[in-house]
Design a protein around this ligand. Structure first.
Ligand SMILES: Nc1ncnc2c1ncn2[C@@H]1O[C@H](COP(=O)(O)OP(=O)(O)O)[C@@H](O)[C@H]1O
Ligand SMILES: [Mg+2]
Length: 272
């Protein structure tokens, strides 16, 4: 089972939109996928039409830690399920503070809920705090949407360095001040890759930033800014369900292909 997380210091950059679309494309390709909505705003769960009352009743995190799976909901798409976002994720800091040596609660949750899936797509909350750090530590690939500007390039570089530095120190971070899991060997670093999000080619700033030399960690994939994407939230469908998605569709497909190659995901020959 492979895990990816959409992450960024900022909100409003396309994390949730991308998480939903990648999860949909994966499921459509025959990959058994679970979208893990770790954002308390639960926007991904909303787009995927999960009833918030059901989700709240399931007390998602509490159940996940206890091994129950009744917190997982099917989506309208075959092979795509959802672990919905809920305000119960406020409990994450508490879970982390009770972390036992050698046990990473987020890793444990992912392992438990991920049984039977080929891919976990995690919509992580914005920011870099203990919860998001723990989430990023527990995935294979961190995908960072970059709305083109020198400042967002700078914050992408910072995030990449932060994760590299943490890996080099065996999990010790400036914010936690201690090893993530004492007694364990240095953890593997998630691979961090960026892609351009909401690109508006009419804007010089966008054109210049995309054209400027960038690190190899930044994929040359460009999701255009297009009003059609906003229909995902009004119609509550993935981009694959929006009529006439236009040029954003090949862009999301390209991003999905890059993820498949990066994670070496196997696509069944005859997806259902
Ligand atoms: N490529 C795009 N073009 C136009 N609007 C977009 C695009 N991607 C996302 N949006 C819109 O921008 C807003 C923020 O996107 P979202 O994915 O929720 O960001 P985040 O999860 O990073 O906060 C949403 O209203 C979404 O519909
Ligand atoms: Mg979001």
């Amino acid at each position: 089972m492979k895990r990816i997380a959409l992450a960024h210091l900022k909100g409003g950059v396309g994390k949730t939109t991308t998480a939903v679309n990648l999860a949909h494309l994966a499921a459509a390709a025959g990959i058994r996928t679970l979208l893990v909505d770790l954002d308390a705003q639960a926007a991904a769960s909303y787009i995927l039409r999960i009833d918030p009352h059901d989700a709240a009743k399931a007390k998602t995190v509490a159940n996940a830690t206890q091994g129950s799976t009744d917190h997982i909901f099917p989506s309208d798409a075959p092979l795509l399920d959802v672990l919905p976002g809920s305000l119960s994720y406020r409990k994450l800091p508490h879970l982390l503070s009770e972390q036992k040596p050698g046990k990473d609660p987020i890793q444990e949750i992912f392992k438990r809920v991920g049984k039977g899936y080929d891919l976990l797509v995690v919509d992580a909350p914005a920011g870099l705090h203990l919860e998001s750090e723990a989430i990023l530590r527990a995935v294979d690939l961190v995908l960072v949407p970059i709305v083109p500007s020198p400042l967002s390039m700078e914050s992408f570089t910072k995030l990449t360095h932060f994760l590299e530095e943490r890996a080099a120190s065996g999990g010790r971070t400036a914010s936690s001040g201690r090893k993530a899991s004492d007694g364990q060997k240095a953890e593997k670093r998630p691979v961090v890759r960026g892609f351009f999000s909401m690109v508006d080619r009419r804007r010089k700033l966008h054109r210049d930033t995309v054209a400027a030399p960038h690190p190899a960690t930044l994929w040359d994939v460009e999701i255009p800014a297009a009003a059609v994407v906003e229909r995902m939230t009004t119609e509550r469908v993935a981009i694959t369900g929006v009529k006439r998605p236009g040029r954003v569709m090949p862009a999301y497909r390209e991003l999905f292909d890059r993820v498949v190659r990066q994670l070496d995901l196997s696509i069944p020959a005859n997806p259902e």
